[in-house]
Write a protein of this length. Structure first.
Lengths: 322, 533
């Protein structure tokens, strides 16, 4: 089953390539006009009530202090606990929170499995230590944590998927705005949780098998790759393949909000940098003002040559009667 | 039509939605009797034959129906062309990044819905849901702008049929949202339905030349040609200010004289010129306070320099930039230290933050709230808060609070000078829009004002009444709504007139500076005179 490993590399590569492409595309978009939305949590001493430095008389003479901890205080509960959904849409939260939190637990497991492999590479193999030694206890705890995350994550995830699917179907507010992909996505992710749980129920060596799978992937161990399939049960294969298919599919969907959210918050909602002369922003805006405008409404007065600044400096062209 | 769905926006039905008084969010007594409410004016069959009113039977913009199939096709082509330009960096660098993010990452979770005062006020009419118009635009974006397989795009984002009905309704629908951005605060992803409305309006204006007359012809175009969206030229405005100076001097016992075109002044004060015409006490009070504080200030009589209005903010980036650049040019010419924006939310936002990245080498700008807070607590003017003996509440203009974070200065002043000050709920950065935002306050064509007052202003009216619930409900106790924004005042004026709220509940509205002058010890008592309001 050598192909499984090739498929793994391919999935991860596609995922990374598309995500990085999208990330760069958003990050290199033109500087936009200011459109911040208060509360902006880095406003030191003012964020709690939504205030800003613009409350200060002669604010441009004052030192701007950004409270980065303030941003974290908002971001962490928002990402981990879906605080916004809890506050504004409790019905949805009941499904959305377990659904997302389970995903975080599974991602946590991926991180642990990678760390485990790295330790193995450095020679701290989980299979060679004597009973009662430090490393032996370490690996027992390590494997138990992964095991617990599988149990908790898959059960939470299944419950969340069912609840979310139910809400999307039954609640008219949501069903009206749901496209086929919304149901498909929940079922898809739900299948990852379900196959994980079934695998675990049928295989007390699941953690060990997973560790070997990660070891093979990271170390390119062809020999072990040939033996491994014999130890992974059929449901394990199904789980791995569904997960890999999902990794390929994810970057082509709106679910990339997992990183786009960084931009909606940091590049729009909280982006309040003033346009100081000589600054980077001033430089970039200056270049943008040189671009040719082609809007067709008569009052704009675009002729295919005039740039933004020429148009904004001119009086509105006399309009043809509408 | 019942159970409206997104695709229904292109349906050939004569009217998509109907608004019924009995379905609107209920108001507290004595405004709870449906039979006593004025309701909505019906449009005549002649008007309906000529103009598009197929969204909800309300007309904000009066879009003419196309007369031939070719004309209809031309309009559809123009729409598609505009849609594509909206997503190019050459034409729309100003908002491309936030717009694309809002288009591509909405989870359709509807978490934002109940934060929209229009949606809730309307009794949750589908077409007013913050996500309805966004979803229509989103589907069009994926269909006509984004590349990729048609089947996959429709699987991911749903389909939609583009026809004239859709365009006409979407255009009207872009004027059923006040761009207050309250919904954006609750979106966990950071999607902004207010921004989407803003961009829609821009596309209609900048590509198709379609916008409400009040904002365009009578708004920015008139302002750039004559000097002010009120139609006042420099002579008229000076005349009016002279009259205001005399009146204020007489009423307060303090000589007030407006300053014009003073080079090197500390402050260039730019009012929304609607104040000068409609609420003259406001610019008068400004003049009195600035003089009393010993500040060297000036007004400008240059074209556009005496009107801080910038309706471009609501519908057209080029018009926004044209007006903003005039303001900056004048400030530079007068070599003032800073510009102070008068009591006008959208002027403050346009000049203070939005146009910030259009200006090159800008003159610093600050809001009147900040300046007044500074003056009141500087000890330069003597105040007796007891003179403001009546209950006062504060309306937070969205543009000042949600979009600028100017929350506390005006409150600090009120807590000091108005002993019976109380907050509305919700307030500050979570306020409700007055219903006059995004230009609505000056839009009254056809039957639009019936809609705006009864739907867009509904939640505001309710919260004003609730803020004074502990006072005697009748007119015997005057109740002062401090609205430090010209457009918001316009909305309150229309709201209170419509419901007869002055007679029934003793509700009055005015700005912040009037309350300051009313409390000034050196001023004759009774500057705020409820009999005259
Ligand atoms: S705008 Fe935000 S809150 Fe509203 S449906 Fe989209 S993702 Fe959900
Ligand atoms: S911006 Fe305001 S009016 Fe518009 S949809 Fe959002 S909450 Fe409603």
């Amino acid at each position: 089953m050598f192909w499984l490993f090739i498929f793994t590399y391919l999935s991860v590569l596609i995922f990374l390539a598309v995500v990085i492409y999208k990330f760069i595309k958003i990050a290199t978009a033109p500087v936009h006009l200011r459109w911040e939305l208060y509360p902006v949590p880095h406003e030191k001493g003012k964020a709690s009530y939504g205030g800003s430095i613009l409350e200060e008389v002669d604010w441009w003479t004052k030192k701007r202090e950004k409270d980065h901890l303030g941003e974290l205080k908002v971001m962490v509960p928002e990402i981990l606990l879906l605080k916004g959904v809890w506050e504004h849409n409790k019905e949805l939260w009941l499904g959305s929170f377990p659904f997302h939190f389970a995903l975080y637990l599974f991602i946590g497991n991926i991180a642990l499995l990678v760390i485990g492999t790295l330790l193995e590479i450095t020679g701290i193999s989980p299979f060679v230590f004597k009973a009662n030694s430090f490393w032996n206890s370490f690996w027992i705890i390590f494997r138990t944590v992964i095991d617990v995350l599988i149990w908790v994550g898959s059960i939470l995830g299944i419950l969340g998927s069912f609840r979310l699917l139910f809400t999307r179907i039954v609640n008219r507010n949501l069903s009206l705005y749901s496209t086929p992909s919304h149901y498909f996505n929940i079922i898809f992710i739900g299948a990852i949780y379900a196959t994980a749980l079934i695998w675990r129920l049928n295989d007390s060596d699941m953690v060990r098998n997973l560790m070997v799978y990660y070891f093979v992937i990271i170390t390119f161990s062809k020999e072990i790759a040939v033996d491994l399939p014999l130890q992974i049960p059929a449901i394990g294969f199904v789980h791995i393949i569904i997960s890999l298919l999902f990794i390929i599919y994810l970057p082509f969907t709106h679910m990339t909000h997992f990183f786009a959210k960084y931009f909606t918050y940091h590049s729009v909602r909280w982006e309040d940098t003033p346009n100081a002369p000589g600054s980077k922003i001033a430089e970039r805006v200056g270049a943008q003002l040189n671009q040719t405008v082609t809007w067709a409404a008569p009052h704009i007065g675009a002729d295919g040559n005039k740039n933004w600044i020429a148009i904004a400096s001119a009086a509105p062209s006399k309009e043809a009667k509408r | 039509m019942k159970n409206i769905k997104i695709r229904d926006i292109s349906s050939p039905v004569e009217q998509l939605a109907e608004i019924k008084l009995e379905e609107l969010y209920p108001l507290p007594p004595p405004y709870d009797k449906i039979e006593e409410q004025p309701g909505f004016k019906n449009l005549s069959p002649e008007i309906r034959a000529k103009y598009e009113a197929s969204l909800d039977g309300v007309m904000a913009v009066g879009l003419k129906k196309p007369e031939s199939e070719e004309e209809e096709k031309k309009l559809i082509d123009a729409f598609i062309s505009g849609l594509n330009k909206l997503f190019t960096k050459e034409n729309n660098w100003t908002f491309l990044q936030p717009l694309t993010l809002s288009m591509e990452y909405c989870a359709r979770c509807q978490t934002c819905n109940m934060d929209c005062p229009i949606y809730v006020g309307s009794g949750m009419k589908e077409i007013y849901r913050p996500t309805y118009r966004s979803e229509v635009l989103r589907r069009l974006y994926f269909k006509y702008v984004k590349k990729g397989s048609k089947i996959y795009k429709s699987f991911q984002n749903g389909g939609i049929e583009l026809n004239w009905e859709l365009i006409a309704r979407l255009f009207e629908l872009s004027y059923r949202c006040t761009l207050c951005r309250r919904c954006a605060q609750s979106c966990p992803i950071g999607v902004d339905n207010g921004l989407i409305t803003h961009e829609l309006r821009k596309m209609f204006s900048m590509e198709m030349g379609l916008s409400p007359k009040e904002l365009h012809e009578k708004g920015t175009v008139q302002q750039l040609e004559v000097g002010s969206s009120t139609g006042m030229n420099a002579l008229v405005v000076k005349d009016n200010m002279e009259f205001i100076d005399e009146d204020i001097s007489e009423r307060t016992g303090i000589k007030v004289e407006s300053k014009w075109d003073v080079e090197g002044a500390e402050i260039l004060l730019i009012h929304n010129s609607g104040e000068i015409l409609t609420w003259p006490e406001n610019p008068g009070a400004f003049a009195l306070i600035l003089d009393a504080a010993g500040i060297k200030w000036t007004l400008s009589s240059d074209l556009v320099g005496y009107d801080g209005v910038n309706y471009g903010l609501f519908y057209d980036d080029v018009q926004l930039a044209r007006v903003a650049m005039k303001h900056l040019e004048i400030a530079k010419k007068l070599k003032v230290k800073k510009i102070v924006m008068g009591e006008c939310g959208h002027e403050s936002k346009a000049m203070g933050v939005i146009a910030d990245r259009i200006f090159e080498g800008a003159v610093p700008r600050e809001t009147a709230m900040t300046l007044m807070n500074d003056i009141v607590f500087s000890g330069k003017i003597k105040l007796n808060p007891e003179r403001n003996w009546f209950p006062v509440t504060l309306h937070d203009p969205c543009n000042l609070t949600r979009s600028m974070g100017v929350i506390e200065p005006q409150r600090k002043v009120l807590r000091y000078i108005a002993p019976k000050f109380r907050e509305m709920e919700p307030h500050g950065v979570r306020n409700y829009c007055c219903g006059g935002g995004s230009g609505f306050a000056v839009m009254s064509a056809y039957n639009f004002s019936d809609w705006r007052i009864q739907v867009a202003s509904r939640m505001k009216f309710e919260q004003v009444l609730n803020a004074f619930a502990d006072e005697s409900p009748g007119p015997e106790t005057p109740k002062y709504v401090c609205a430090p924004c010209s457009n918001c005042k316009g909305a309150f004026r229309d709201m209170f007139d419509f419901y007869g709220a002055k007679t029934k509940s003793g509700l009055y509205y005015a700005g912040l500076v009037e309350l300051i002058v009313n409390a000034m010890v050196d001023v004759n008592e009774g500057f705020i005179d409820f009999d005259m309001m």
